[in-house]
Write a new protein. Structure first.
Length: 438
């Protein structure tokens, strides 16, 4: 393999100007980037004095070790393709080092119906007014320094637009691969209009366990009235990748969003995942599985915000931890004053596979309406030795027994996933990581 290296564009004013000069983009997008870059320079890095970051230490993170532009290669690297095995796809995108590598275009029948799918950087030029209407409307670049950095520096990403009453009955698949030393600032923008329906499978991975890297991403999802979206996101970066992301969805009247997250990789992850139920009768189901090992630190902060009345939100995250790893989950159900007849549920369960592992679980409620039903809960515990003995008495090895217990622990989440390939991929990814219980 021969590799040609571009001049590095560091995260400095000079590097940012070089990025602007190298990017073919509409004027409004360049202006957005400049504003975000100014915000990035004005804001400090989060620290443990901030309530949201008090359990996540990023003092070892050094942005200057990375560059805006990744090295370019004359060889195409096969991207991760776990979720879509055996699935007939409507279209697919693959990215490597934050750059679009391959694009399997939509069938003409979907194009004729007005569906738009492609690399966000390209679509921003081809459908400028549409992208301008939605981009950065949910994820505010002013949230913190990472959101500003992302809004200023993203170079590619996934764009999907499904027009009114169009049912995209085959899944869309996207994959992102990161090689050693690369950055990924990919942005996902999904718009499902009134009465439309789609399924999106997205996954990320590193090319080796030793690959270092930085992911600073954003996801924005718009689900229109009476629309349906299933979105699956499997994160399996190497355990030397820093992973920061802001992810937000808004759900309209009588609509349904099923959002499934698999969080397995990264050295340190700090992810904010928010769902706003803005239309009467909106429904959301958020499912998550986390598996950590060695010294991984995964921090997920979630918000289920009920803005309109008669909405339902169902949240279930499960985590299993090995070695000296740590998870932090901080969840909130927020019910606005006018959101009467709300039904909100959140639960976080943690299975500790080591005496050195630690799971911090902080559920919360903030209710301003008086006619609601909201419940939350959290459990943490270790593997029951009696269960291990029971399985071993029936011919399992100790490792096999622990593996079956762990998979059984996650089964409640797996059962919610209606796509067989996704269930199998999540189960297999977790199973091969399980070691003997300490």
């Amino acid at each position: 393999m021969t590799t040609a290296t571009t001049d590095k564009m560091t995260f400095t004013d000079e590097g940012f100007q070089a990025l602007l000069a190298s990017t073919n983009q509409p004027a409004w997008l360049a202006d957005q980037r400049k504003l975000a870059w100014n915000t990035f320079n004005e804001l400090p890095w989060p620290n443990n004095k901030d309530e949201e970051w008090m359990r996540t230490d990023i003092r070892m993170f050094k942005l200057e070790k990375f560059s805006i532009a990744a090295s370019e290669s004359d060889a195409t690297i096969e991207s991760a393709n776990v979720l879509a095995q055996g699935v007939e796809l409507a279209g697919s995108l693959s990215f490597q080092g934050g750059k679009c590598q391959t694009n399997k275009s939509l069938d003409q029948r979907w194009i004729d119906k007005g569906v738009i799918f492609g690399n966000l950087a390209d679509v921003a030029n081809e459908h400028s007014e549409l992208v301008e209407k939605y981009l950065n409307k949910l994820v505010d670049p002013n949230i913190d320094r990472f959101s500003a950095l992302h809004a200023a520096s993203w170079t590619s990403g996934t764009f999907l637009y499904v027009p009114r009453n169009v049912v995209l009955d085959q899944p869309i698949h996207t994959s992102s691969l990161m090689r050693d030393g690369e950055c990924d600032f990919g942005h996902t923008l999904i718009i499902i209009e009134e009465g439309a329906e789609a399924t999106v499978l997205a996954e990320s991975a590193s090319d080796s366990e030793a690959s270092t890297g930085l992911h600073c991403g954003g996801i924005e999802i718009f689900v229109g009235d009476r629309a349906n979206l299933r979105y699956v996101n499997l994160q399996d970066w190497s355990q030397k990748v820093w992973h920061f992301a802001h992810q937000k969805a808004t759900v309209g009247k009588d609509s349904n969003l099923q959002w499934t997250v698999g969080a397995l990789g990264s050295k340190l992850a700090k992810v904010n995942q928010h769902v706003d139920l803005t239309g009467t009768g909106a429904n959301s189901q958020v499912n998550g599985v986390m598996f950590t090992e060695k010294k991984q630190h995964l921090s997920y902060h979630t918000l289920q915000r009920h803005v309109a009345p008669h909405c339902n939100s169902d949240f279930l995250y499960k985590a299993a931890l090995q070695d000296s790893s740590r998870t932090v989950w901080r969840g909130m159900i927020k019910v606005d004053e006018g959101a009467q007849k709300t039904d909100g549920f959140q639960r976080n369960d943690n299975l500790l596979l080591s005496t050195k592992a630690r799971a911090d679980s902080i559920p919360g409620l903030e209710i301003e309406a008086d006619d609601v039903r909201c419940t939350h809960g959290s459990t943490s515990g270790r593997v029951d030795e009696e269960l291990i003995f029971y399985a071993m008495a029936r011919g399992f090895t100790r490792k096999e027994a622990i593996r079956s217990i762990v998979i059984g622990f996650f089964q409640q989440v797996f059962d919610r996933v209606t796509i067989e390939s996704v269930r199998e991929a999540l189960g297999d990814a977790i199973a091969h990581r399980v070691r003997e219980y300490e």
